[in-house]
Design a protein around this ligand. Structure first.
Ligand code: HAM
Length: 422
């Protein structure tokens, strides 16, 4: 029968302990590290459903964004309700906070999980990808901005990211945004015919996004365009400078007045972290302030700032070395009293949490099972046969140290032995 493959742009991540540099293992380790970092910032976990009403994303991420225009996985359910696989996490977090009437309080939240965008797959860009996100709710501008950049610097440090660059900008208030957009449109309109189709459309629907154009010709035209810096209030510029100064000993931070984000809900401070090692898709995280979203989704006025990390991209550039637990391969060579051997393994497992005990379930000779234990990177083989079960002993064979002979240990002795392994 013809085999069935996964959908385009949707990868399987399968852990193979013998290949620690493969993406799957790096992704899983990166997730563990990120969870520890979020906890060390006293954040609480929030988990929202993968499916939401389509309107949620239209009203938050925005009708003019590429994500909503072209990339949503939208279906009708059996009741003909339009539902969408979440393309990002922020909208769902605010939907949940409003729905649970928690929008009068402050929150520091983190989440992690798959997101879906119908994009053209390429290196670092998938249709199902994993994000870890953080949303700090209820604090006005000038407090949580620092906490956000502190978090970015900390994850760069813990994950040993080489030469990361954090770009920051400020989109001003609604007045700034309007004045700047008008000036940009006025400057670009006489050169409209030199823009490509996408940028021409943006000129009408969302002129700020033209600043993000990948077209070299547009970028050349933009060289002489008005800059948002000419319209920003002094407070916004000061905020950018003080963030840059405060963290300059920890991270390289650049003020980039052309930095705009692909989602419509941003209102003030925005940022992205990039790494040249990633190639064309170089942003491994991005975020910013979105003070109007809660109101827009039917809640109270709740100032907010957040970011999301592309876990695959972060994992690719992480140089953190992970130490696996000591692995013991538990080999049973008895067909009569197998169940008693399983019980021994069960009891040994509860002694030391830093030891992994892999009971080899396959049939086969001792030789083939030892070969398997070596391949899996086990440090010891514990061998139990009929004789051992009768005498309440286990044979312990060190696999990393060829000079040390195997020994026979009584169950009490082996408990001590396991306690002392690290
Ligand atoms: P975003 O910039 O759309 O922001 O996504 C954040 C990160 O997710 C990107 O920097 C990138 O690393 C990763 N990413 C996005 N699309 C893909 C893809 N197709 N394949 C692989 N990785 C991808 C947001 O999602 C906002 N919700 C961030 C935020 C939170 N703003 C405020 N709070």
């Amino acid at each position: 029968m013809k085999q069935i493959n996964s959908l385009t742009g949707m990868a399987d991540l399968i852990e193979d302990k013998s290949k620690p540099d493969e993406l799957a293992i790096k992704v899983f380790h990166t997730e563990e590290t990120l969870k520890k970092i979020f906890k060390s910032f006293a954040m609480s976990e929030i988990r929202t459903p993968a499916l939401e009403s389509t309107n949620l994303f239209k009203r938050s991420v925005g009708d003019t964004s590429d994500i909503v225009n072209k990339e949503l996985y939208t279906f009708s359910d059996k009741n003909d309700k339009s539902i969408t696989l979440r393309p990002e996490g922020t909208a769902s977090v605010i939907r949940s906070i409003v729905e649970k009437k928690l929008d009068g309080e402050t929150h520091k939240l983190w989440y992690m999980g798959p997101m879906w965008r119908y994009e053209r797959p390429q290196k670092g860009r998938f249709r199902q990808f994993y994000q870890a996100g953080v949303e700090i709710l209820g604090y006005p501008e000038g407090t949580s901005e620092f906490e956000m950049i502190s978090l970015v610097c900390e994850l760069n440090r813990k994950l040993l990211i080489k030469k990361p660059l954090i770009k920051i900008n400020h989109l001003g208030d609604s007045e700034t945004k309007k004045l700047f957009c008008d000036a940009l449109v006025k400057y670009l309109t006489p050169m409209k015919s030199d823009l490509d189709e996408k940028d021409m459309q943006r000129l009408d629907s969302n002129p700020l996004r033209i600043l993000d154009s990948k077209n070299p010709k547009t970028q050349e035209i933009l060289n002489k365009a008005p800059s948002i810096s000419e319209y920003l209030p002094n407070g916004a510029k000061e905020l950018l400078r003080s963030i840059q100064e405060l963290f300059s000993d920890k991270c390289e931070i650049e003020i980039d007045y052309n930095l705009v984000r692909g989602l419509d809900y941003y209102t003030g401070f925005v940022f992205e972290a990039i790494s040249a090692e990633l190639g064309a898709q170089d942003a491994y995280l991005g975020g910013g302030r979105y003070d109007n979203l809660c109101l827009q989704l039917g809640g109270k006025s709740l100032p907010a700032i957040g970011m999301a990390i592309g876990i695959e991209r972060l994992a690719l550039i992480s140089n953190q070395k992970y130490k696996n637990n000591t692995l013991v391969s538990f080999i049973i060579i008895s067909s009569n009293s197998e169940s008693k051997a399983y019980k021994i393994a069960h009891e040994l497992r509860s002694i030391n949490n830093n030891i992994d005990i892999d009971v080899q379930l396959s049939q086969g000779s001792l030789k083939s099972k030892l070969r398997r234990a070596n391949k899996d990177g086990a440090s010891y083989a514990f061998i139990v046969g009929d004789e051992e079960i009768k005498s309440k002993t286990v044979v312990v064979k060190p696999l990393n140290d060829k000079d040390t002979e195997q020994s026979v240990m009584k169950l009490k002795e082996i408990q001590k032995f396991i306690e002392n392994l690290s």
